[in-house]
Design a protein around this ligand. Structure first.
Ligand SMILES: [Zn+2]
Length: 471
């Protein structure tokens, strides 16, 4: 197994990845707040999770992954009241839209998608633990976490809490780094018609940060090997998750490695509704963009660099996909019935080198840019092989399997040979088949027979020679 390194946001260093059980790597990723369509910045973070998943699997790990659905928070309460719907009625179409987007972008399905509203019991348990340990105080029927009681507060975001005024607090789920204060764990209802739960903590609803700490516990009973999220969640959300989980369960390791994916820019600028550069996946598809090109672009920059989304970059992604697919189609043309085998054993020395370089790039903190350089180097070689006649069928098979190996990460290629042959191409293939038979090259002759049959073409030997017709 190749040694894997990840950049841990907690230590700011690249670290060797050594999970307790490589066959069962546990990963938790902060998921969507379901009150609207996800924008492409969110989708970048979700596709980063897909990249992590596919890379761990390709590198030989077993994975058990979770992405939560935040279906209760300030924005959901606000918008569900405004639309006169229950929280459940309001969030369920947005949750469905989120899953549709993941499917459109060919993201693999994870093992768990817990919903916050199904995890209230675990949240209440954590608050009781925190109360026992003296981290909690009450104000106006709501419960707050006193960050000065937690010695390690600020270790992830590196904020300085020393100048903070004791006892100042925030009720809202989101606030800025400059505004470091005590945060709310359990909120007493304030608005007319607000959804709340009757619990041993009193009537109320959870603060957003508490939800993730509880869902990790609900799924894994303890901490996780990897926790991911967009960089905008690092403070206060992840800092507060650490305070709650490590405060309540100091004897356990909460998170082995923290991974944060960077922002997405649109035409070099921060995306915002007021600038008119705010896009959902549906907007882009409505403009005629291919979801595969969107996927490829969102995956193609290193996750810790800002990614610029622009018409030029999308054009580039589409043309790179075409380059790969054209080369693959030409390889498949001579072997149309070949189905890539995930267990295929590579033999060719160059192919083995590319495969290894590809794996090593991913093992080095998911360096996709480097992995893609290897991909295009091998495409160039495959094109030269095709130019030279591509007569070596075992070499062709190696290339097809190499492409299929790459596609376990990118998920953009089509391995079903589907070209419609025109009459002159059919005739020249039949002539080539006759030659192949004459030269006792039965492998090639069989390949051509399969290719024609896959196209629905029937060949008949008659006394006047070979005839063909379409089925
Ligand atoms: Zn979260």
């Amino acid at each position: 197994m190749i040694e894997v390194h990840f950049h841990n946001s907690l230590t700011g260093k690249k670290e060797k990845f050594s999970p307790a059980d490589p066959k069962h790597v546990t990963v938790y990723s902060c998921g969507p707040t379901v009150y609207n369509y996800a924008h492409i910045g969110n989708l970048r973070a979700f596709l980063f999770v897909d990249l992590l998943r596919r890379s761990l699997k390709l590198l030989g790990y077993g994975v058990d992954m979770t992405m939560n659905i935040t279906d209760i928070d300030d924005k959901i309460i606000r918008d569900s009241i405004a639309s006169k719907k229950s929280v459940q009625e309001f969030t369920s179409p947005w949750t469905a839209a989120f899953f549709e987007d993941l499917k459109t972008l060919s993201a693999e399905t994870l093992e768990h998608y817990p919903r916050a509203t199904d995890s209230i019991e675990e949240m209440v348990d954590i608050v009781h633990k925190l109360k026992e340990k003296g981290f909690v105080y009450e104000k106006d029927d709501s419960l707050y976490f006193s960050i000065q009681k937690f010695r390690d507060y600020g270790k992830l975001s590196k904020i300085d809490v020393s100048g903070m005024q004791t006892g100042t607090r925030y009720d809202t789920d989101e606030y800025e780094k400059e505004d470091v204060r005590d945060f709310v764990l359990w909120k007493a209802p304030k608005l007319e018609g607000e959804t709340s739960w009757e619990t041993s903590l009193g009537t109320g609803r959870p603060g957003w940060h508490l939800e993730c700490s509880a869902m990790i516990r609900k799924v894994y009973k303890a901490g996780v090997d990897i926790h991911t999220g967009g960089v905008d969640l690092l403070f206060p959300h992840h800092e507060n998750e650490i305070a709650q989980s490590e405060g309540a369960f100091p004897e356990e390791t909460f998170v082995g490695i923290w991974l944060h994916s960077e922002h997405l820019l649109v035409d070099g600028q921060k995306m915002s509704k007021s600038k008119g550069n705010f896009y959902t996946l549906r907007d882009l598809i409505g403009q005629g963009l291919d979801p595969k090109a969107v996927r490829f672009l969102l995956l193609s920059s290193h996750y810790r660099t800002k990614l610029n989304f622009s018409t030029d970059r999308i054009g580039e992604a589409s043309s790179n996909i075409r380059k790969l697919q054209n080369c693959l189609d030409r390889l498949l043309e001579a072997s149309p019935t070949l189905k890539p085998d995930p267990e295929f054993l590579f033999q060719d020395a160059s192919v083995l080198t590319w495969k290894k370089e590809f794996e090593e790039a991913l093992a080095d903190d998911l360096n996709v840019a480097k992995a893609l350089a290897t991909v295009f180097e091998s495409v160039k070689a495959a094109n030269s092989f095709l130019e030279a006649g591509a007569s070596d069928s075992s070499q062709r098979t190696e290339f097809i399997h190499l492409f299929s190996f790459y596609d376990r990460i990118f998920g953009i290629l089509n391995f079903e040979y589907s070209k419609n042959l025109i009459d002159s191409e059919i005739e020249s293939l039949i002539a080539e088949r006759q030659d192949a038979r004459k030269n006792r090259n039965f492998a090639r002759s069989d390949e051509i027979r399969d290719l024609l049959s896959a196209q629905g073409i029937l060949i008949e030997d008659t006394k006047d020679g070979i005839r063909w017709r379409r089925k």
